[in-house]
Design a protein around this ligand. Structure first.
Ligand code: SAM
Length: 453
């Protein structure tokens, strides 16, 4: 028996979830299913979830709630729950709490859904077996790694997970509990995936890992070429068709000179580093279990800037960590003002179940004070980025064009700045030379050099 069903995948959270959803969609399409735009029109609905902060978790409850009446009206609709809300352990508690969910899947692993569909005779056995076999390797195999329909011929930039899970255990972070311990994917598998993406027109890949610089450290030493992020970058650099390579997220303790030199040396690797500082006060950093001091972070920023000319640096910060005093917060503010980084993702601390911080410390910075601190950093960073970007006025920058919004083409510079311009020609997937005519903190506008096409 063979059934063609409609599917709908809803994704929130980090770039890794976006990569996981793409893999799930590829698998469903390999089984002959078709994407639709709304859950109500689908036979299979999957929520791919994030719980890094309570606000993300609340969105899941909202979505799950709206699926209950849908399931009551159409009991044959298959409802799947995937990602960090599920985690890697026993999900029976979740199934009891949300009985309208038919199947749960850990992060990065769509196989339970395929098993469920097979057991119920909802897919052809041979095809399901083939797909499940492909999924046993992390990626679908070579030629079979088809982009899902919504991305075919349009996707310019794709995420590729290279390190799954995390073993660092920052005291505030739920990810190690939900994504499990650190596991690097074999280098050959990543290269196959990158080649398959390039063959399908993808021009830029971003390698993902919670601490991406640790790539390979858990793999057998005997593997050749030696598995490390710099050696992976060198191998990926040879792939024809790929124009740019990025990676994130770095951890200050694992950024080796070898890695920085590879970024500086390899023309396709973009000079952009995402390296979270999280706080500018040493006591807070120690309670976060980050493993470095503010001064060490300062020296790291200097080292990155010294070794990679023209580099841009992004960071993450958490405000209102338990016990963070006004003076301690001020140190974070001063550090951000001093370092003048290109981007800062600022989050209010949110206690997460199981984590050391939630078990040991009281969440004692009031919500209004957390918001005040978040806004102060946001305003400061807006001002800094506004000034950095203003220096680009009149400059010509290289932009990889990802698509068109309204009448404007948009893309990113090598340093990850968003640029818009208007032109009648088709620029998707092209590297454009753009002269910047307007600069704001969040985006730039320019005129394209049409001869560069
Ligand atoms: N693994 C990376 C790192 O070095 O932290 C990033 C992963 S995490 C999904 C992205 C960001 O979420 C973190 O950098 C941190 O700023 C923020 N985050 C994690 N746990 C948080 C929590 N409990 N409350 C608020 N923000 C949190």
């Amino acid at each position: 028996m063979y059934l063609c069903m409609n599917y709908y995948v809803w994704t929130i959270g980090c770039q890794m979830n976006v990569a996981d959803s793409r893999r799930l969609e590829s698998a469903l399409e390999q089984l002959g299913h078709t994407p639709v735009e709304r859950a109500e029109a689908a036979d299979i609905v999957v929520l791919n979830t994030c719980v890094v902060r309570q606000s993300a978790e609340n969105k899941i409850y909202g979505r799950l709630g709206s699926l209950k009446p849908l399931k009551e009206e159409h009991p044959e609709t298959v409802i799947g729950l995937m990602g960090c809300f599920v985690g890697r352990g026993d999900a029976s508690r979740l199934r009891r709490r949300f009985p309208w969910v038919d199947v749960t899947m850990p992060p990065s692993d769509p196989r339970p859904l395929l098993d469920y569909l097979t057991e119920r005779g909802l897919v052809d056995d041979d095809r399901a077996m083939e797909t499940a076999q492909d999924l046993r390797r992390y990626s679908l195999q070579d030629g079979d790694l088809m982009l899902p329909a919504r991305e075919r011929e349009t996707l310019v930039s794709a995420y590729v997970s290279v390190v799954l899970g995390c073993s660092h255990a920052c005291s505030y972070c739920i990810i190690p509990y939900r994504r499990g311990p650190e596991r690097s994917r074999p280098m050959e598998e990543i290269l196959d995936e990158a080649r398959a993406l390039a063959t399908q027109g993808v021009k830029e890949i971003t390698l993902l890992g919670q601490i991406v610089d640790r790539y390979g450290l858990d793999l057998p030493e005997a593997q050749r070429p030696e598995p490390s992020l710099p050696s992976l970058l060198r191998q990926l650099h040879r792939i024809e068709g790929l124009k740019r390579i990025r990676f994130l997220t770095s951890h200050p303790n694992w950024m080796t000179d070898e890695l920085l030199d590879a970024v500086a040396e390899l023309p396709k690797v973009c000079e952009h580093i995402e390296v979270p500082v999280q706080a500018g006060d040493d006591q807070v950093l120690a309670r976060m279990k980050r493993g470095y001091t503010a001064d060490e972070y300062r020296r790291l920023v200097a080292r990155i800037r010294e070794r990679i000319p023209g580099v841009s640096i992004a960071t993450d910060i958490i405000v209102g960590f338990p016990g963070e005093t006004r003076e301690q917060f001020q140190r974070t503010y001063d550090l951000l003002a001093e370092l003048r980084l290109d981007k800062a993702h600022i989050a209010r601390y949110s206690p997460r179940p199981q984590t050391l911080a939630a078990r040991q410390f009281e969440d004692n910075v009031p919500p209004e004070e957390k918001e005040r601190r978040r806004k102060a950093l946001d305003d400061l960073q807006g001002e800094i980025v506004g000034q950095i970007n203003a220096c680009l006025l009149g400059e010509t920058v290289e932009v990889l064009i990802e698509g068109k919004k309204k009448d404007r083409w948009w893309g990113r510079t090598r340093t990850d700045k968003l640029v818009y311009f208007e032109d009648d020609a088709d620029w998707r997937g092209q590297l454009a030379q753009v002269r910047i005519t307007w600069a704001g903190p969040w985006s730039l506008i320019g005129e394209v050099n049409t001869i560069s096409r």
